[in-house]
Design a protein around this ligand. Structure first.
Ligand code: K7E
Ligand code: CUA
Length: 664
């Protein structure tokens, strides 16, 4: 379905020049369709630039976009899939939050199990929300491989895994020893581990409490290395480990690759260790955390850390191996490098040589060189130690360059051609700058500002196509703007977020399209080539349990539908197909425990059925081939209608039945 360049080259040139011509007064005649296009542009009041942008972003009906953007969903607790360049929303994937369409967390056994297991004793409550920030697509040899995506719940210290075969979540892990999870959801270049670190340090005491005046002694940051089972994508906590960190606020992070393979880089702020108390005569955290001129980039040798963990130099803490801070120092797993003023992003270039840090309160990006870092470590070129004894590499020895990019630099992405793109929150802009010679930049051209484009408004993250991988291709950039202010009509006081598509093809960046996001606040996205999503299935094999992706023991085939009673438990083996449930009348007695195994026996793509028993608050979605189990106690008598919630056929409205709960 991909459009070849040759087919499009000529029409685009014709159309763009016609539109441009039109606007300087040359009305083209006698050119058929192309002539009409210029009229349309005129009638719609489009400038030549706007018309060009529309053509560049447009994906014709029935055609596929070249890229799929996997977006975090913020407080909605889910993920969104968006086509690029069309910026069409393709789908929502619920992860931490129940969702009615898919029946996620609304009675279906598999989804309840995921949400329950991800809502452990640590929380002592049923978690039904999350705040997703950073998706991490799985990689092979540093390239996206289209197998899995991991997503954090910043609020509750959890991480979820979505299988890119059926694009459904399979696991939520409530991470021990950390109450928040924010920075550095990234995978190592072959998805050996998915990493996540804490944001707010947590007391490492048995009851999780320590007074704030013991912040330095008892509170610790945590860097988690979650071991991935390569077949299922699931996290195996037994093989995972954590590294204890000083009680700074560890922030965004990235994995080393190629030149820096084996390392990870975590930015931090609040190395002042401010704890607030602004009604107790102390500074607010905001003031306290901004006092120092430098915070610390954490440099972790994760390959060495894995060896240290396997050698048993760990403590078992709440079911996971933890490398204590002192061990991390003694074994040479952890180093710090000064980074200017309250940094946010830490991003590794596609070649792996450079680590770019944006200091929120500094107009520069600071670019570290892994070779210099390795040299400084080997030579013990330290400017001192922090209060916990972690060596601090000499700033001048490890920095390759700084570029003044504008106000409020946050996050950096790359084009694979030697350039970086940094989001400027305060300037509402994106700046493009060159990296150094190791990224292919000529001598004399390195570490220079090249371009700047305004975005609307208050950009947080930005993402380039395949930008986190060794294969960054520099085709498009998406700006993830926090505010939209006047970009859209007044539709109430809560405004949409705004994604803006930016063309990177020419020397100047150019905004092509706006995409208002009318739901929970996205933070970060990753953009993968559609051609890499090769694991995706169209239809489940008959009788598949979506949790295991294997044949379900309770699947039913046509003609094998039955009701089995064992004492007070009634097992129903039901099938769904256009346009009936079999059986369509269920008779139970008040007090019976009912276990319904429903199989969608269709094998036609998109022949999804819903199964809702509103009286018992149950709703499931059954994709073709899928088996779902729903369980409830029939504790109220009545004649209850159940129905298919998905408009599946001409006789969809007839796809209903009766649950008769007779008095006992
Ligand atoms: Cu910058 Cu949570 Cu990635 Cu939001 S964080 S912007
Ligand atoms: Cu099945 Cu509607």
């Amino acid at each position: 379905m991909r459009v070849t360049a040759a087919r499009w080259f000529l029409p685009i040139v014709v159309i763009v020049s016609l539109v441009a011509g039109l606007l300087i007064g040359r009305v083209s005649g006698g050119l058929g369709g192309a002539g009409n296009l210029s009229q349309i542009a005129e009638q719609r009041g489009l400038t030549a630039d706007e018309a060009e942008g529309a053509l560049k972003a447009f994906t014709a009906p029935g055609k596929y976009d070249e890229y799929v953007m996997v977006s975090s969903g913020g407080q909605s607790g889910n993920l969104y899939l968006v086509g690029v360049p069309s910026m069409r929303l393709l789908k929502t994937i619920p992860v931490f939050t129940p969702e009615s369409w898919s029946g996620y967390g609304q009675g279906a056994d598999w989804s309840e199990k995921i949400l329950d297991e991800g809502s452990s004793d640590k929380q002592a409550r049923d978690l039904k929300w999350g705040d997703t920030h950073h998706p991490g697509l799985s990689e092979t040899n540093g390239e996206y491989d289209g197998r899995f995506v991991y997503i954090n719940d910043r609020a509750n210290g959890r991480i979820g895994m979505v299988d890119l075969r059926d694009f459904k979540p399979k696991q939520i892990v409530d991470l021990p020893n950390m109450q928040t999870s924010h920075g550095g959801v990234f995978v190592t270049p072959n998805t050996e581990y998915v990493h996540i670190s804490s944001m707010s340090p947590t007391p490492q005491t048995p009851d999780g409490y320590a007074p704030l005046d013991q912040y330095k002694e008892e509170y610790r940051g945590i860097s988690s290395w979650l071991s991935i089972d390569q077949a299922s994508g699931r996290i195996d906590l037994d093989k995972s480990f954590q590294i204890e960190l000083p009680p700074y606020t560890q922030d965004l992070a990235d994995a080393g690759k190629l030149a820096s393979d084996g390392f990870a880089f975590i930015g931090s702020y609040n190395t002042e260790m401010a704890t607030g108390g602004n009604m107790e005569g102390k500074e607010s955290i905001e003031q306290g955390a901004s006092a120092r001129d430098f915070d610390y980039l954490h440099i972790i040798d994760w390959k060495k850390a894995a060896v240290v963990a396997d050698a048993g130099k760990t403590e078992l803490r709440n079911g996971i191996r933890v490398i204590p801070l002192q061990t991390a120092i003694d074994e040479g797993l952890l180093y710090l490098a000064p980074e200017p003023r309250s940094p946010h992003g830490a991003d590794v270039s596609p070649d792996g040589n450079y680590i770019v840090v944006g200091g929120k309160l500094d107009p520069n990006v600071t670019i570290y060189d892994i070779e210099l870092i390795k040299k400084a470590i080997a030579a013990k070129d330290f400017e001192g130690n922090d209060e916990f004894g972690v060596p601090i590499l000499t700033f001048k020895s490890v920095v390759a360059g700084q570029v003044e990019v504008g106000l409020g630099p946050l996050h950096t992405q790359f084009d694979g051609k030697g350039n970086g793109f940094v989001s400027l929150f305060l300037d509402s802009a994106v700046s493009k700058f060159t990296l150094g010679p190791k990224a292919g930049i000529k001598a004399g051209e390195e570490f220079k500002l090249l371009d700047n484009v305004k975005v609307n408004y208050n950009i947080g993250h930005l993402a380039t196509t395949e930008g986190d991988t060794v294969a960054a291709d520099g085709r498009y950039l998406v700006a993830l703007n926090k505010w939209s202010i006047d970009r859209f009509p007044v539709i109430g006081t809560l405004k949409p977020q705004n994604f803006q598509l930016i063309d990177l093809a020419g020397p100047k960046m150019k905004v092509l399209a706006d995409m208002p996001i009318g739901f929970g606040e996205p933070h970060y996205v990753q953009i993968i080539k559609l051609s890499r999503l090769t694991s995706a299935i169209d239809v489940y094999a008959p009788g598949t349990d979506p949790l295991t992706m294997a044949a379900s023991a309770v699947a039913t085939t046509a003609g094998k539908e039955r009701v089995e009673r064992e004492g007070n438990t009634v097992h129903v083996y039901m099938t769904a197909m256009r346009s009936r449930f079999t059986p369509d009348v269920l008779r139970v007695k008040k007090g019976d425990h009912v276990v319904m195994h429903v199989t969608n026996i269709e094998q036609t793509a998109d022949a999804t059925h819903g199964f809702a028993v509103p009286a018992y608050n149950l709703q499931a979605s059954l994709d073709p081939g899928e088996v779902v189990t729903l369980e409830f106690t029939a504790d109220k008598t009545g004649s209850f209608a159940f129905y298919c919630t998905e408009f599946c056929s001409a006789l969809h409205l007839e796809m209903q039945g009766w649950l008769l709960v007779e008095p006992s």
